[in-house]
Design a binder for this molecule. Structure first.
Ligand SMILES: Cc1cc2nc3c(=O)[nH]c(=O)nc-3n(C[C@H](O)[C@H](O)[C@H](O)COP(=O)(O)O)c2cc1C
Length: 200
């Protein structure tokens, strides 16, 4: 499937075929594509929890006002981020760069994030937003549907997945085979309304 087709055909699908399964090859293909997503300074804040335990899926569903895609889709991912990733062995993020580049980038990264909690968290969330779209488009191109979700009690889901200190949950994504197509698009703002030239 071409990129533009995947973008146009991706919709937030809520109803899935319970009996369908995703071959390991497809899951790996989606996740290998996901981790190629861009991040500031290549920090790759994302940490994914793949929920395979059905009992845990039901507990998460309960914490998400009964959203059925949580138990019915083939896969459920909780997209988390390590807010302190900028400070966790950052040399890994530039390992393949020439040493002259490394010696410029590493102090720049530290100066950019150190002591700036809002920026650290913003960046972690930005990385998850971008990787989420990669996951959804990669899944669509393999003929799966997805549903991104923030409609859940984050504290309860954090407890269920043993979210470590210094980490945040950005969203969850259900991936599976649609049982029912999404409703027509809710109403897109026109490009004229959202795109300006040079200033607001
Ligand atoms: C960050 C985020 C959180 C969302 N949370 C939920 C959710 O909890 N439950 C749900 O059914 N849909 C959720 N959605 C889906 C949106 O309602 C949907 O993307 C939007 O209405 C546009 O529709 P489309 O994705 O089909 O184009 C979420 C989408 C995003 C991006």
């Amino acid at each position: 499937m071409k990129v533009f087709q995947a973008i146009e055909q991706r919709r937030a699908v809520k109803h899935y075929q319970v009996e369908s399964e995703m071959p390991a090859e497809d899951f790996n293909k989606i996740m290998q594509a996901a981790i190629l997503s861009p991040t500031s300074y290549n920090i790759q804040h994302w940490r994914f929890i793949r929920v395979t335990d059905q009992a845990q899926r039901y507990q998460i569903k309960e914490a998400a006002w009964g959203q059925e895609q949580i138990t019915d889709a083939c896969e459920l991912l909780v997209l988390c981020a390590d807010v302190n990733a900028w400070n966790d062995r950052p040399e890994r993020y530039v390992a393949n760069s020439p040493s002259a580049t490394q010696s410029i980038l590493l102090p720049m990264m530290k100066a950019f994030y150190e002591g700036k909690e809002q920026i650290q968290r913003d960046e972690a969330m930005r990385s998850c937003g971008i990787v989420a779209q990669t996951i959804m488009l990669a899944a669509k191109s393999l003929d799966y549907d997805t549903c991104p979700m923030v409609g859940f009690d984050t504290e309860e889901v954090a407890r269920l997945i043993h979210l470590p200190k210094g980490h945040v949950i950005a969203m969850m994504i259900a991936i599976g085979k649609a049982k029912q197509a999404a409703h027509p698009r809710g109403g897109q703002l026109s490009l004229e309304e959202v795109l300006s030239e040079n200033h607001f």
